[in-house]
Write a protein that binds this ligand. Structure first.
Ligand SMILES: [Zn+2]
Length: 147
């Protein structure tokens, strides 16, 4: 049981769960906005243009069954709008992630170039060090930045 809980804590602290929770909450709020856009603005607009009722006026009766094409079409419009906005979001997120990666890579390169190297063991040492922490060798005049 102890292992189960520590595993669960690790799972939560990894951050993925929080990301997921934020995604679900934002997704829910976002869906409400899109539903409102389609239901309150696009549908009345189409109804107004086609002279239909409150909904898109496309209901077909087949015997006792009623086929509501209006609701079906609204669902498709909903899906297209959500898919388009999610596509735009993912695209911009990818771009941001790529730029962040580039910046991180440049920083790492700069740090690597700036770190002085011990002349005895070629390990990185701190600038100004007169003795190498890796091999204990003396560095005459103190370690100097390579850059
Ligand atoms: Zn050394």
């Amino acid at each position: 049981m102890k292992g189960f809980f520590s595993e669960f804590r690790e799972f939560i602290s990894r951050g993925n769960v929080m990301d997921m929770a934020v995604g679900v909450i934002i997704g829910g709020a976002f869906t409400a906005i899109v539903n409102s856009l389609v239901g309150d603005i696009i549908q009345p607009l189409i109804s107004g243009l086609t002279g239909g009722g409150e909904q898109i006026g496309l209901v077909v009766n087949v015997g006792a069954a009623q086929l509501n094409f209006g609701a079906f079409i609204s669902a498709i419009i909903n899906f297209i709008i959500i898919a388009f906005i999610i596509f735009c979001l993912v695209k911009s997120m990818n771009k941001l992630a790529e730029e962040a990666k580039k910046i991180a890579g440049k920083q790492e390169e700069a740090e690597e170039a700036a770190a002085p190297i011990c002349p005895h063991c070629l390990e990185e040492v701190k600038a100004g060090a007169t003795r190498c922490p890796h091999c204990g060798g003396e560095i005459p005049g103190g370690a100097k930045s390579a850059a």
